[in-house]
Write a protein that binds this ligand. Structure first.
Ligand code: NDP
Ligand code: 8X3
Length: 250
């Protein structure tokens, strides 16, 4: 059993919650962050305060993020792996009908908060020759209608990951980008403003990726021999593949 520590953002549901289970089962301590304090507390109750530390705050609030970092208990203060997972899509409308506030919330969460978190932890990740795993998306590589700012925010995450690798050259810090396709979590309920039926319909019969599948992928990356870096992993369910281009005619 290792005694390493991971900070998992977006630990209150989906990939993040599954990753908490995987890392705790593997003997790691986990800092679990997200806005929903009660969900995070359930993780602490299930695993114990020596295994999971709950840090409830909104990632878009930089001072709250810094305060959570400063308030880490000594046993959780030395971080070996940052899982930048917190994020969301809002809306499926084409750009010309999209809500600007939703666009800003996606950028603030998926881009600005992710880089702020990374900047905050980089000094100690370098000191400990740690790892950063960023959760991007196939939406950052494949354009689709209604993907507009969400996809662009994930293209940023993918490229930021590769650029981080260049800057961290020689430090021993590993950086990986995981780019999942369709996965059944709370993602579509959030994207549709709480429409569980729409979410159920999207995934029905598609055998989508599960949160556990991605937790296993993160765990595999985290446990690579120290001389190996997984740069990018793109994962889709077998039922999903790319569609063609479109042509508008007069
Ligand atoms: P979920 O909605 O289940 O989980 C999203 C997590 O992000 C929650 O824990 C949520 O916590 C957290 N989060 C969102 N906004 C904030 C915020 N402002 N501050 C703090 N935490 C926040 O979805 P997934 O597990 O699917 O999503 C995880 C990541 O995976 C996201 O980055 C998403 O874009 C990406 N992804 C998802 C895919 C999918 O098909 N499901 C495919 C590819 C990538 P809380 O609400 O408690 O704050
Ligand atoms: C989520 C995957 O295809 O729904 O990032 O945009 S997709």
């Amino acid at each position: 059993m290792t005694s390493k520590t991971a900070w998992i953002t977006g630990a209150s549901s989906g990939f993040g919650a599954a990753a908490v289970e995987r890392f705790v089962a593997g003997g790691w301590r986990v800092i679990a962050s997200g806005r929903r304090a009660e969900r995070l507390q359930q993780l602490v109750d299930r695993h114990g305060a020596d295994k999971v530390h709950a840090a409830a705050f909104d990632m878009r609030d930089e001072s709250a993020m810094r305060a959570a970092h400063a308030a880490l208990p000594p046993a959780f203060a030395a971080i070996d792996l940052l899982l930048n997972n917190a994020g969301l899509a809002l809306g499926t409308s084409p750009a010309q009908q999209a809500d600007l506030a939703q666009w800003k919330q996606m950028i603030d969460t998926n881009v600005t908060a992710l880089v702020t978190m990374t900047h905050l932890l980089l000094p100690q990740l370098i000191e400990r020759r740690g790892a950063i795993v960023n959760i991007s998306s196939i939406a950052g590589s494949y354009a689709y209608r209604g993907g507009n700012v969400y996809g662009a925010s994930k293209a940023f995450v993918t490229q930021f990951s590769q650029n981080l690798r260049c800057d961290l050259h020689g430090t021993g810090v590993r950086v990986s980008s995981i780019e999942p396709g369709m996965a059944e979590t709370e993602f579509t309920v959030v994207r549709t403003g709480g429409d569980q039926a729409a979410s159920d319909q999207l995934y029905a019969g598609a055998h989508p990726i599960t949160a556990g599948d991605i937790a296993d992928t993160i765990w595999w990356i985290a446990n690579m021999p120290p001389h190996l870096n997984v740069n990018r992993v793109e994962v889709m369910p077998v039922s999903q593949s790319a569609a063609g281009l479109q042509v508008a005619r007069d």
